[in-house]
Design a protein around this ligand. Structure first.
Ligand code: FRU
Length: 488
């Protein structure tokens, strides 16, 4: 095991990898490993990082602690794919090996321009020289760092762009997760931030050359919304400016903000000349238990694709896979759009290639229970009418619709987590992606989504209630992943 707060070089990792074949074998035998989601080969995975498509290849980097399942020292892991079905697991690319990032190569993003990928990330430092540090306003470093690549695999030297002491003076030590874009010849960067008073916000920087960055403004809601906003993203889509981020410390309001930390989208009307802005339409990105730190990018087809972390930090439950030496996964990729003013998430169409041949179509009518045994599947359910209904998604895991409220109920299969809800004017359709230990439910064509890990391993799929409609069920095949334990 590597020491907790010491730099880790590529050579240390390679040595550790050679010595840990048994660890990989143990993890690979866990029946809870997922079939069509990206996971850590061993240890811990969190945020997707540096998402981009470069010369036809999608690069999916991610926060990675291969050494143990509870996440400590963060590296960047790396998957690549051309089609979101066949993947290659590559070696980790970014190590906490410099004086600016020795305690974690934290989250960051990619910006592609002129045959080059420019990466921006946060170098995390924890200082141990004094015992009066609170690690909020003192004792931590959050350096904004860049490096670049001409192929996604070989990288330039790291270059420090904004050191911890150069952020606005009223900020705490918690500044991180840069996301960069270009607009009208100017480069912009948003960073997640917490000020010294404990107010969550974003810092906006601008640059003419991607190297020299100057502070431009801070962005936050009129009323305080949490103490820290992590993992921001800012993009224009279908004529709207969207700001996504992950506010921490927001109080639960009824059935909203029930998770320990949130992931929200807001519409923003930002005037880059005057720095005036208006924030409207705040929305929870996901209604399930396990969705955080999503990142979006524009692919070569012009799609705005989102991938999120299928997990959440500081959750008060123990993920059962921890015992087998691993935790967490990424969500399936989703295409974003705006429909009738609403932010929509839909599974990307490539995933249809995972569908097996034995498709089943069922018509259901009032009070008639239909039951099929299914395990790893996609189900499309179109309702002609639905006053109430109950679907068993997997043995002991239910989705209820009653009094215009849709409830996901994990029963005794949620490792202590039970229900999450959303209010709907009407339930029109559901699209369910069920993997061995996860479920992603797209409601009314992607207007709402529930993403959760689930731990019932017995197949079962039934629908009953005062509702009419049609359900189509497809068995799903697994991703093909090259590299890793099976190929050694
Ligand atoms: C979000 C986050 C980021 C940070 C990273 C560290 O999950 O806390 O803010 O950069 O994870 O792994």
């Amino acid at each position: 095991m590597l020491k907790k707060y010491e730099k880790v070089y590529k050579e240390d990792y390679q040595l550790w990898y050679e010595e840990n074949k048994d660890y990989r074998e143990k993890v690979s035998k866990d029946p809870r490993r997922l079939q069509f989601h990206l996971m850590p080969e061993t240890g811990w995975m969190n945020d997707p990082n540096g998402l981009c498509q470069f010369k036809g290849i999608y690069h999916i980097y991610y926060q990675y602690t291969p050494f143990e399942p509870t996440g400590e020292l963060k590296l960047w892991g790396h998957y690549t794919t051309k089609d979101f079905i066949h993947y290659k697991m590559d070696d980790p690319v970014l190590f906490p090996n410099s004086d600016y990032d020795a305690h974690g190569a934290y989250s960051g993003s990619a910006f592609v321009e002129n045959d080059e990928i420019h990466f921006f990330y946060t170098g995390n430092l924890k200082f141990f020289d004094r015992d009066d540090y609170d690690y909020i306003n003192s004792g931590r470093g959050s350096n904004t760092i860049t490096f670049s690549s001409k192929n996604g695999h070989d990288f330039s030297e790291k270059e420090l762009l904004i050191p911890t002491d150069r952020y606005p003076s009223d900020m705490s030590n918690h500044i991180r997760d840069p996301k960069v874009w270009e607009q009208n010849g100017v480069y912009y960067m948003v960073l997640g931030a917490r000020d010294q008073e404990g107010t969550g916000m974003l810092l906006l920087y601008e640059s003419k050359d991607l190297k020299n960055w100057s502070y431009k403004n801070r962005i936050t809601t009129e009323e305080k919304f949490g103490y820290m906003w992590e993992c921001p993203d800012f993009f224009e889509m279908d004529g709207e400016q969207i700001l996504m981020s992950c506010p921490q410390g927001v109080e639960t309001r009824g059935i909203d903000f029930e998770n320990v930390h949130q992931c929200t989208a807001m519409k923003i009307n930002y005037d880059f000349d005057t720095d005036e802005y208006e924030i409207t339409d705040l929305k929870l990105m996901d209604r399930g238990f396990d969705f955080y730190a999503p990142q979006t990018f524009l692919d070569e087809k012009g799609r705005r694709i989102l991938i999120g972390w299928m997990g959440i930090p500081d959750a008060e439950y123990t993920n059962p896979t921890t015992d087998m030496g691993w935790q967490h996964a990424l969500t399936i990729p989703r295409k974003l759009s705006i429909r009738e003013g609403k932010l929509i998430q839909e599974p990307i169409e490539e995933l249809k290639q995972l569908r097996g041949d034995e498709k089943i179509t069922l018509l259901f009518r009032e009070d008639k229970k239909i039951s099929k045994t299914n395990y790893v599947y996609e189900a499309e359910i179109a309702f002609e009418k639905c006053n109430n209904m109950r679907i068993e998604l997997r043995k002991g895991i239910f989705l209820f619709y009653e009094d215009q409220t849709l409830t996901l109920d994990l029963g005794s299969y949620g490792a202590g987590r039970t229900t999450r809800k959303v209010r709907l004017e009407e339930l029109k359709s559901l699209q369910v992606f069920a993997d061995t230990t996860s479920v992603e439910i797209f409601v009314n064509g992607g207007e709402e989504v529930f993403t959760s890990r689930i731990y019932s391993l017995e197949g079962c799929l039934s629908i009953e209630g005062n509702c009419h409609g049609q359900m189509t069920i497809y068995p799903l095949n697994a991703f093909a992943i090259e590299g890793g334990y099976d190929e050694e």
